[in-house]
Design a protein around this ligand. Sequence first.
Ligand SMILES: [Zn+2]
Length: 335
Amino acid sequence: MKFKWFQNKLTFVIIPEANGSVVRVKLSRAVLWGAVFALLLLVGTSCFIYVQQMQSAASSYLRTTELHGKAAKLEQDLKHKNEAIEQLKNEIFTLSKQAAEVGSKMEEITRLRQDLLKLSPGSGSADQAVSAASPETPPASKAGGVGGPEIPVTAEQVRALASSTGARYTELAAEMNRLSASFVESKKQLLAQQERQKHIPSLWPTLSKHVTSPYGYRRDPFTSKLSFHKGMDIAGKLNDPVYAAAGGIVHSVGYDKLHGHNVVLEHSSGIRTWYMHLNQAEVDTGERVVKGQRIGKLGTTGRSTGPHLHYEVLRNGKSTDPAPYLPSHSRKDVK
Ligand SMILES: [Zn+2]
């Protein structure tokens, strides 16, 4: 009975609008259901494919969005890194300029030191530790305007600048050490020079600078015979102060008919000074005296015609002319 239902045929009548002939289509129920089933299958498959494609498109869209996000972040990172590199380049450039400035300052200090050594007496050839400084390059100035095309520097150029700047700083550090050592040496030399200067009889021993009889041949004031005068006679008032011409130790204090009251001072390097015809000695043997210290009063004791100081300078026991040691002006000129 059921099978028969499937075999039953259905007739579809298609009636055209105008005068056409009527079309009859006979279909069995089985064919009809088959067609319906095939249609449903087609629609189902299409839907499935459509959903699959939609999903694929959505996931592709998500991936693209994610990649865009990553690309933007990387771009941002790159920008920051480029900025940092630019800043480092500027810092290297600034450091290289500073190294050049420090270098020229060092040269200036070296020249200054050489000038100082030239000024110090007797130290003309002392400077050999430091090489002669090269002429200074004038610093660049923007006052007159600057310009020209902008040529970007390459990484290689920046590396070379950083490397040469580093090398220059190393050189400067070594130069500073050399300079520092030579300054210590110069200070020693100057102190030694200063110490020697204290023991050179370069100070007038009297207030007066009126030389009545210089060192050398003369007619003797008592006998008028030609004789040799081993010192310098400086006129002065009775009891005028007599000063130590240099620092040292009192070698002797004495009196005799020829020299009157007299004082001998011992300085360094075999130099002695002898002060004669004093009215009074004001120091004792063995006493240490400093340059310019009062050692007695001017007088006319011994073989003397009037108040004066007979002043002698002895080198290794031999009298020598005191005049070359003395400044030609005030006794306060030389300390
Ligand atoms: Zn004399």
